[in-house]
Design a protein around this ligand. Structure first.
Ligand code: CU
Length: 173
């Protein structure tokens, strides 16, 4: 009978150890719930920053183009744009000039008058963002705020590249 009692006592001890081992797991579960509750509290309408890449391509005056030829942005977004001149033929300089639809020819013509020292870009308040004239293989980054919802165009004002080198931007709310 004594041997049986010892065995029961051992079983109880094993059971207690098993229960003790289970307790920390319950604590872990409780701790995991806390971050979930915090996440549900932070629900806000925030326009996220956007990073885009635009390339200028083409080796002849008839082939010059922006890639992509269309862009979509969200109004008010802080946009970081990487612009790369991927042309390699002699004299294929490019820039990126973002403007409202309908003034491309006017801006391009004024750009030629402004000349190379002004990156063939006129001083015009309607220009939302413009880069300097980039050389072949050159890459640069500019930041700007996406304008009000609507339709825009991005053009290259190097003489002769407009209207062949033209992209369409849609800004949504
Ligand atoms: Cu160009």
């Amino acid at each position: 009978m004594k041997q049986v009692k010892i065995t029961l006592a051992s079983l109880l001890f094993v059971s207690l150890v098993a229960c003790g081992g289970a307790e920390p797991k319950e604590e872990t579960k409780t701790a995991e719930k806390a971050p979930e509750q915090t996440e549900t509290k932070t629900v806000m309408a925030v326009v996220e920053d956007m990073a885009i890449e635009v390339a200028a391509v083409g080796e002849t005056m008839m082939e010059v183009a922006f890639e992509p030829a269309t862009l979509t942005l969200v109004e008010g977004a802080e946009v970081t744009m990487t612009f790369k001149n991927q042309s390699s033929a002699a004299g294929m300089l490019h820039n990126f000039v973002l403007i409202p639809v309908g003034i491309g020819q006017e801006i391009a013509t004024a750009g030629i008058a402004a000349g190379p020292d002004a990156n063939f870009t006129p001083a015009d308040d309607r220009i939302i963002v413009s880069t300097k004239m980039t050389n072949m293989g050159e890459e640069l980054t500019v930041t700007f705020t996406a304008p009000a919802a609507g339709d825009y165009e991005y053009i290259c004002t190097y003489p002769g590249h407009y209207p062949v080198m033209l992209g369409k931007l849609t800004v949504t709310q």
